[in-house]
Ligand binder design. Structure first.
Ligand SMILES: C[S@@+](CC[C@H](N)C(=O)[O-])C[C@H]1O[C@@H](n2cnc3c(N)ncnc32)[C@H](O)[C@@H]1O
Length: 238
């Protein structure tokens, strides 16, 4: 699964390549999520992120990088008003077809500019396996602008310990081939591996204070399934 993301197919910018991969893989991804093909999600990460959001008793939630919209639909069924955004228009079409929220195509960099159109401020912003770039500052600045004072950002991501494998424990671009998900993924996805200290640094630099850090564990294997961080928006004039 780990490979160099910089030099394949003539696309040098791994972040651009990552975004493009989601559009090209939209139907395989939608099928993988909806058919329950992702073992870690069945084993606990879906339930963990839903519980983390509902613990905040939010009225309005923004699902940042919502994909085909499963989380927005689940939170709506619990009474939340949810807006989902994603850069992939194909995934947003999939999400709209099932409903359960308002879904818009846009990148994280565009979010802050479109805050009032989206209905900001929100009580909670949730990023479920959707912060995949090396530079998180545009995404975190946007999330900060969308949240009410004291609002929460909830980030679920791969656990740095379990996904590191034999690689050097250091930030850097890696490649997801989706081999373990089955289905017909058209292309691999570059994503940025971050150490635990890099996550905490980026979240702090983005104007948030970490409130809670959870590690849902696979009951059978006894290994962490993910890293789940709840952070409070700190006023920007701090
Ligand atoms: C692993 S999928 C997760 C989707 C969804 N959150 C879920 O739980 O199924 C990552 C999603 O993040 C989106 N994404 C990543 N970076 C983005 C960016 N800069 N702007 C908008 N969407 C982005 C991708 O298009 C993709 O749909």
């Amino acid at each position: 699964m780990v490979a160099d993301a910089h030099s394949r197919d003539g696309i040098e910018d791994p972040a651009a390549r990552m975004l493009q991969s989601w559009d090209r893989n939209a139907s395989a991804w939608t099928d993988a999520v909806r058919a329950g093909k992702i073992a870690s999600r069945r084993a606990g990460t879906d339930a963990a992120v839903v519980a983390a959001v509902l613990r905040e008793r939010p009225r309005r939630v923004i699902d940042v990088g919502c994909g085909e919209g499963w989380l927005a639909r689940t939170l709506s069924s619990h009474g939340c008003e949810v807006v989902g955004i994603d850069a992939s228009s194909a995934l947003i079409e999939s999400a709209r077809a099932r409903g359960g929220g308002v879904f818009e195509t846009m990148t994280y960099a565009d979010l802050a500019r479109r805050a009032s159109e989206l209905g900001a401020p929100f009580d909670v912003a949730v990023c479920n396996f959707s912060l995949l770039e090396a530079d998180l500052s545009p995404a975190l600045q946007s999330v900060h602008a969308l949240l009410r004072a004291g609002g929460k950002m909830i980030v679920q991501t791969v656990h740095p310990w379990t996904v590191n494998g034999d690689a050097r424990y250091a930030d850097g671009w890696r490649m997801e081939t989706f081999a373990s998900f089955g289905g017909s993924f058209a292309e691999p996805m570059p994503w940025y591996f971050r150490t635990l200290s890099s996550w905490t640094q980026a979240i702090g630099d983005g104007g948030f204070s970490i409130d809670r850090c959870e590690e849902p564990v696979d009951a059978e294997l006894g290994v962490p399934l993910s890293l789940l961080i709840t952070a409070i928006r700190i006023a920007s004039d701090r």
